[in-house]
Design a protein around this ligand. Structure first.
Ligand code: ZN
Ligand code: ZN
Ligand code: ZN
Length: 154
């Protein structure tokens, strides 16, 4: 079953009619790159209003079919994702996004809740840095230089 069929099926199971505009939004986001903005979806779904796109994205998000990613520049992107509750590792150098699912903030949430008497209903955490391949790329030549100069001295 394709992603598209799967999402349509999920929507149907939850009693949501897959209308013409929802279908166009679905097609648009399935054809979109790994992560995309509402504007990207709008461009790929001509004739569908912004409010419809936002509502559909919210619905898909509640169904755990898409997730939101907060880019470092403050823009909000979306990503197809069926992993449930998770967070993202964002590489600032190549833009790659990886999921991490072992969310371990429950101790913090419990402490925060008792300290502030706030009933915590959710949280959002994004982690920014340099991915493994970017680290390897930048470390490579530098290491060689270091070895070269050490050899020269010896
Ligand atoms: Zn995600
Ligand atoms: Zn990277
Ligand atoms: Zn979490």
């Amino acid at each position: 079953m394709s992603d598209r069929e799967l999402i349509v099926k999920h929507l149907g199971l939850r009693g949501h009619r897959v209308t013409g505009s929802r279908r166009r939004v679905l097609d648009a986001l399935l054809a979109a790159p790994a992560h995309f903005t509402v504007d990207d979806v709008l461009q790929r779904a001509p004739g569908v209003g912004r409010a419809t796109v936002f509502r559909t994205m919210k619905l898909l998000q509640d169904m755990n079919v898409v997730c939101r990613v907060l880019m470092e520049d403050g823009s909000l992107h979306y990503r197809l994702s069926t992993t449930g509750h998770h967070h993202h590792l964002l590489c600032r150098h190549c833009g790659r996004i990886e999921d991490f699912v072992n969310c371990d903030v429950s101790a913090l949430v419990t402490e925060l809740s008792s300290n502030t008497e706030f009933e915590i209903e959710g949280h959002w955490l994004e982690v920014y840095g340099r991915c493994q391949s970017c680290r390897a790329r930048s470390a490579g030549p530098a290491d060689k230089r270091a070895i070269g100069s050490a050899a020269d001295v010896g």
